[in-house]
Design a protein around this ligand. Structure first.
Ligand SMILES: [Zn+2]
Length: 277
């Protein structure tokens, strides 16, 4: 009975705006979202930025970044101290806003005044407040730099390297510039309805077999992956093969190796008189 009353009360509470949805009700009982938060999420997902940056900010706000303080709660046996400054516990707020590198970067780009940090604040509160004070362009910069700071932290943890302030800043700006350029190009192509640079797979003539070949280089793991697929003149699948080879080489050479492997394979068993590559 108590539960039913609670549902009805919540229902009426949501109804006074004239809108009731399962989503709003779910968020209400989880205590997840106020109108202010809702505005923040909308602004965040509407930013013109690469998806990986928005995703990082979203994960930070949801408090799911794998920092030491969170990993220790899950019984991972690691050092609690920040791997960059070794002075304070590594929490999400510390990494993104309070670590010496982060503080310096926020000052350098002139965003230190919109970021109000205290020990008890969450990332969602800090960014939510900052977003309310910022223009769209500054919101973009805030998110971009959060991603860059997190990138630097990961390079420090995994590669034991400390990227410089200049390096991090220029990498971030280059990333943004490249992404914007690619979006513009995409927009222009779509406007023109142009098919340039688009490769269409087409069927081979009757009696021929078409073989598509590709290679992937995994330098860090020290091997090359190769694969090919054969189809007949109707586009029907005939055979496929993949293989790995130890060693490293430039992509162009790997492609050539892949083509050679496919040729040998065709020579071994394919009965068609003519083969397309
Ligand atoms: Zn630190």
């Amino acid at each position: 009975m108590q539960y039913i009353c609670y549902v009805l009360i919540t229902y009426w509470a949501l109804e006074d705006k004239g809108v009731f949805s399962v989503k709003s009700y779910y968020r209400s009982i989880r205590g997840e979202q106020t109108n202010v938060e809702g505005g923040f999420w909308k602004q965040l997902w509407g930013l013109k930025l690469p998806g990986k940056i928005i995703n990082l900010v979203w994960r930070a706000c949801r408090n799911v970044l794998p920092v030491a303080s969170e990993l220790i709660k899950k019984y991972v046996n690691i050092d609690l101290l920040c791997p960059q400054c070794h002075l304070r516990p590594e929490t999400p707020v510390h990494v993104l806003f309070m670590c010496s590198f982060a503080k310096e970067l926020w000052c350098k780009v002139g965003l230190q005044d919109v970021i109000q940090v205290d020990e008890s604040a969450t990332i969602l509160q800090i960014l939510g407040q900052a977003f309310r004070k910022c223009s769209r362009e500054k919101q973009v910069m805030l998110s971009l730099l959060c991603w860059s700071i997190w990138y630097r932290r990961n390079v420090c943890v995994w590669d034991k390297k400390f990227l410089s302030m200049f390096g991090v800043q220029s990498m971030a700006m280059q990333l943004l510039q490249d992404w914007r350029r690619s979006q513009e190009e995409l927009g222009t192509r779509m406007q023109r309805g142009s098919n340039e640079n688009v490769t269409h797979l087409c069927r081979p003539p009757e009696g021929w077999v078409k073989v598509n070949v590709d290679a992937a280089c995994r330098d860090q793991l020290g091997f090359i992956g190769m694969g090919c697929v054969a189809r007949d003149h109707m586009g029907r699948f005939m055979r496929a093969r993949c293989a790995t080879m130890r060693g490293g080489m430039p992509p162009r050479e790997a492609e050539a190796w892949s083509l050679r492997a496919a040729l040998l394979w065709m020579d071994e068993g394919m009965e068609a008189s003519k083969v397309y590559f």
